[in-house]
Design a protein around this ligand. Structure first.
Ligand SMILES: Cc1cc2nc3c(=O)[nH]c(=O)nc-3n(C[C@H](O)[C@H](O)[C@H](O)COP(=O)(O)OP(=O)(O)OC[C@H]3O[C@@H](n4cnc5c(N)ncnc54)[C@H](O)[C@@H]3O)c2cc1C
Length: 408
């Protein structure tokens, strides 16, 4: 009987787990003794970091392009219940409910936009999933077809000024203008309002980097309002926590991510984002035949108290380690400790502007058009798997390049 390696989630972590598992099983000459199965809610690896962009073209990679030739079994379904004491997962598929059993499980079900408990939350838009980004785009097309006419039709409210909030706030006008150009050549004036609960926008950056962000927002005519949060949303506008009403037919929530709710099936303490704590091999302490990788995992990355973040630079590498270690654990081979302490951030700040920061203090390294070019190089090339399946398989070896040196 083949050993069953089950991977839940086909995002960056799950995709690379699957390839790494196949690569390592071949390396150990055990490929005939293992079946690798991936369950994902659709057929794609979605390039989530690009969902805020002007165009949604090319933001999904077909999983089976890689999985089929490599013999990875793919199930289009949703894992609903995990029973880690019995090694069982219940999944819902179009053809009904199924129970899968596993010898080893990799949980890589990612993260979702934090739900905020306010009236009218269903009226907000987001760029968290491909469907969410598509819904926003369809809405903008509808507004354009009505000439952005009516109160608040040309005003975009962005709630939350994390990296995604900054990207949406600085790019949404370009996106709306591109759609508008299909309808008319007339000039149109859009307004963007960025609202932030903290007392400053971008206070997670070093002072120099924050200054660049604030200047860029100003130059792009983005109005920032701090010390406020969303209190209610209707189709016509947003009410803020201080009572201010902003007429807007497009309120976009970018208030941060939380780990997949599947984490709750495992005993043990979670971090404040709901993530599972893992050891240096990515295993859960309570269930040694379970590895968590990507946005569901919290792994210390240095001795200074820093741990992995919900970001591709962690998810992709955690995935490569996860597949490797799961296979080695199944065949009683030594596990490889995760080893990655480098940290950079790249942000797109609209036309001609972007920024690379390095280190945990997020020091400004490159800005302006050069910063934008680095960001685009990373998100349109580096985070995609190689087109050639064999090359992608080789790239799944758990090894981390020095990201900050490569980026600058
Ligand atoms: C708008 C946006 C911008 C971002 N920008 C950046 C950036 O600039 N740089 C950066 O490094 N990171 C960025 N991130 C974060 C980055 O996208 C995530 O860290 C990364 O996608 C996490 O990879 P993952 O594989 O853990 O999870 P995901 O990419 O979320 O993949 C999880 C997969 O699991 C599937 N899944 C979930 N639940 C189930 C279930 N119950 N059953 C079956 N399948 C399930 C999902 O459908 C999905 O395919 C951004 C994220 C967003 C949303």
């Amino acid at each position: 009987m083949k050993k069953q390696l089950l991977i839940i989630g086909g995002g960056f972590a799950g995709f690379w787990s699957a390839l790494s598992a196949i690569r390592q099983s071949r390396e150990l000459k055990k490929e005939d003794q293992i079946e690798v199965t991936v369950v994902n809610m659709d057929e794609y690896l979605t390039i989530r970091p690009r969902l805020y962009e002007v165009s949604l073209e090319g933001l999904r990679v077909e999983l089976n392009k890689y999985f089929k030739p490599l013999g990875i079994k793919f199930i289009n379904g949703k894992a609903e219940i995990i029973n880690p004491d019995e090694n069982l997962v219940t999944i819902a598929t179009e053809s009904g409910s199924r129970i899968l059993s596993y010898d080893y499980l990799i949980l890589s079900s990612g993260s979702v936009l934090k739900a905020i408990n306010i009236e009218g939350i269903e009226k907000t838009f987001n760029v968290d999933t491909f469907n969410g980004a598509q819904r926003l785009e369809d809405h903008l097309i509808k507004l354009a077809s009505k000439k952005f006419d009516g109160e608040g039709a040309a005003t975009f409210v962005v709630a939350g000024s994390g990296l995604t909030g900054l990207e949406v706030a600085t790019v949404i006008k370009e996106k709306a203008l591109k759609i508008w150009s299909r309808y008319s050549q007339d000039a149109i004036e859009f307004k963007v309002v960025l609202i932030e609960k903290a007392n400053q926008v971008g206070n997670y950056y070093s002072p120099e980097a924050q200054k660049y962000v604030l200047e860029t927002l100003k130059s792009k005519d983005v109005t920032s309002i701090t010390n406020v949060s969303l209190a209610a949303v209707t189709s016509n506008g947003a009410t803020l926590s201080d009572g201010t009403f902003i007429p807007s037919q497009t309120v976009i929530s970018t208030v941060g991510l939380v780990a997949s709710s599947l984490c709750s099936f495992f005993k043990g303490e979670k971090d404040k984002l709901g993530r599972l704590h893992v050891n240096k091999y990515l295993q859960l302490e309570t269930y040694k035949n379970v590895i968590a990788a990507g946005d569901v995992a919290n792994i210390p990355v240095d001795d200074e108290g820093n741990s992995s973040l919900m970001a591709c630079q962690f998810s992709m590498f955690l995935g490569k380690w996860a597949g490797h270690n799961a296979v080695n654990a199944l065949f009683a081979q030594p596990l490889k400790p995760y080893n990655y302490s480098d940290y950079v951030t790249c942000v797109d700040l609209g036309q001609q502007d972007g920024m690379l920061t390095t280190g945990w203090e997020r020091s400004l390294s490159v800005s302006g058009i050069e910063g934008k070019n680095i960001k685009m190089e990373v998100t349109t090339k580096l985070i995609y798997p190689a087109d050639d399946v064999q090359t992608a398989l080789e790239d799944s070896f758990p090894e981390v390049p020095n990201v900050s040196q490569n980026a600058v």
